[in-house]
Design a binder for this molecule. Sequence first.
Ligand code: GLU
Length: 407
Amino acid sequence: MGTSATFEVSRAVARLKGAGEHVFDLGLGEADYPAPRAALDALAAVAATGRSCYTSVNGTLELRRAAARSINGMLYRQSSVSSYYPSYSPDDIVISAGSKHLQYSAVLSLCDPGDEVILFSPYWVSYPDVVRMAGAVPVVVPSASEDGFVPPVERIAAAITDRTRLIILNSPSNPTGQLWSAQLVDGLCDLVLAHDGIYLLSDEIYAQLVYGDAVHHSPVAYSREMRDRTIVTTGLSKAFSMAGWRVGYAAVSDCDVRSAMLRVGSNTISCVSSVIQAAAVAAFDDRARLDEMRIDFEDRARLMQRRLREIGIPAMPPQGAFYIFADVSGLFGRTLGSRTLRTTRDVSMALLERARVASVAGEAFGDNRHIRFSFVRPLDELEAACEAIESFVGDCTRSKSPDPVHS
Ligand code: GLU
């Protein structure tokens, strides 16, 4: 197991900042908004009581109610385009310390050593290691920008074997910012339902951050059976900008899977801080703030895409999340001083060293052409970061050998 690449970048940025350097931090996916005011006020009030306690492993009823209401609301908004309207009760909800821990619990609950878990590359950095921690085997189905970063269903079908136990879907995707269309989600659901014993883990942490005409489609809206074969994970970190609160929640209607996940929780984290849980309930009411963020992020996405295009770095316009996946393969084979850029890691590292712009190399996502920028800084800072990227690209001279290495 490796260290999460996103946290490696974050450590490198902290080191530079600690040495007094200015860094354009487009590395870690952590929005620059404060937590909603109502949650901060609730936190102060709860802290002032001086009380804290263990809660039940699945979380307090109040927070599970709020989480179920939030998921049901999202599904309801989507119900105009789906045939089935699923809903969850607070009993279906599991609260944990971020959605990453819930994904770990779900994989550990479902997979035996040697079982296979299908991931779609570019995938989020932690999926392969979470799978390996359970002794299971990641099976990567690739997609490229030519596919809109969504693999065709036939390619997924070809990866299914007798050992396939789980498929992990992440739409909107980290790192590509692309969404799966209703048609593709339906195709994936048909595939899952055609195979007994295969579950779907739907990472929907960015489902509330979609832009323009894009619509998020959850596989649980396909049918009741699909709902029962799916574990939805999400949380407060992204849409509510509460990453440091560490509140994730999963909707799990299969009670065997849920109870296995709770056994993992009971023997690892016990529960999320009772103080945080009590205050977090208030966050869900702030939909106005979410709309404000969405409009702002859409502007940021547009700016990044336009500036990168002007610089000569192609990137698909993000449809959701707060990442832009930029194709830097045109820089491969160019030199900076004595160094030749050959991989996405070379480009990402050189950008940090030379231009003080943090990014995450595509290799961490199973991709060898792109790097990820998180547009989690205000517009003027993104503009300045793009200027720094532009002069970095200008400093990269074409190598004498016209032989770019795509490793
Ligand atoms: N999910 C965010 C990212 O990809 C935050 C860090 C993490 O947990 O990886 O940057």
